[in-house]
Design a protein around this ligand. Structure first.
Ligand code: NAD
Length: 266
């Protein structure tokens, strides 16, 4: 399998931390120009940039709130100005605002939907417009590629996180419908749906021994995922090695989707 991403350009939203950072660093290591987007921590975005530069990669940093249309337009314009073209969007930015359903405020609902679903819509729409204008060119078999960072909770219901599960469930159908609509223009769109990966977003699920033991009951493969696991899949989906894959959701979860409660029969 040949992976050749050299000279291509990627925007990775929410790449000052976690999975976004791991994807940004790995894509840069493969020779892509990367736009590191962050929401609030310029310092963490610079940590990502330093990691990229330490690997000999190239990147710029752009602050933008993915839930705001004018910020998203500015993000893509900055990419155009720096690199002149775009080959990949990793729509990764996301957050949680958890509450029991009957206690959930409209503010908590709107916060999650506006970033995790509307933010992906705004970024994907901007990317698709650019890919349509560019068409297929030298770098890749596709006119452009989009990877939506979804979750096993686009499929598994999640009590106490109704807003998040609704947003990720929405991402699944949005991704599939976009992929169907744009495949004829050689725009490939897929989702990565992680299970439990060790990042800040889910610290409470792994940062004590008791929490980790509980978590591992849900993971037949017997370990928590690492950001590098997700970054490896990102490289594959970004490259021509996955040229015939579009509209797919790839679960990367150590078997979390396999109804682990049934593991021991009964
Ligand atoms: P994280 O909290 O480290 O990363 C989320 C990033 O999104 C942060 O850098 C944050 O600043 C950024 N962000 C939040 N709101 C934003 C906004 N309005 N505009 C721009 N950026 C914004 O957590 P992570 O685990 O790396 O999460 C990345 C993605 O992966 C999220 O979409 C999350 O839902 C998804 N995911 C993570 C896991 C996991 O186990 N870690 C599992 C399933 C899905």
């Amino acid at each position: 399998m040949k992976i050749d991403l050299k000279g291509q350009t990627a925007i990775v939203t929410g790449s000052s931390t976690g999975l976004g950072r791991a994807c940004a660093v790995s894509l840069a290591r493969e020779g892509m120009n990367v736009v590191v987007n962050y929401h609030s921590s310029d310092e963490e975005a610079h940590d990502t940039l330093r990691e990229i530069e330490a690997e000999g990669g190239r990147a710029i940093i752009v602050q933008a709130d993915v839930s705001k249309e004018e910020d998203v337009a500015r993000l893509f314009a900055a990419c155009h100005e720096a690199y002149g073209h775009l080959d990949l969007l990793v729509a990764n930015a996301g957050l949680q605002a958890d509450a029991a359903f009957t206690e959930m405020t409209l503010e908590q609902w709107n916060k999650v939907i506006s970033v995790d679903l509307t933010g992906q819509f705004l970024c994907c729409r901007e990317a698709a417009r650019i890919f349509r204008k560019q068409g297929v060119h030298d770098h890749s078999s596709a006119a452009g590629k989009i990877i939506c960072m979804s979750s096993v909770h686009d499929e598994i219901a999640w009590a106490g996180h109704v807003n998040y599960a609704a947003a990720k469930g929405g991402v699944k159908m949005m991704m599939e419908s976009m992929a169907q609509e744009l495949a004829g223009e050689k725009i490939r769109i897929n989702s990565i749906s992680p299970g439990a990966i060790r990042t800040d977003i889910n610290q409470a699920a792994w940062n004590t021994e008791a929490a980790m033991n509980d978590l591992l009951k849900l993971i037949p493969y017997g370990r928590i995922g690492e950001a590098e696991d997700v970054a490896n899949l990102c490289i594959f989906l970004a490259s021509d090695a996955s040229d015939y894959i579009t509209g797919s959701t790839i679960y990367i979860d150590g078997g979390m989707m396999l109804y682990p409660g049934f593991r021991f029969g009964g």
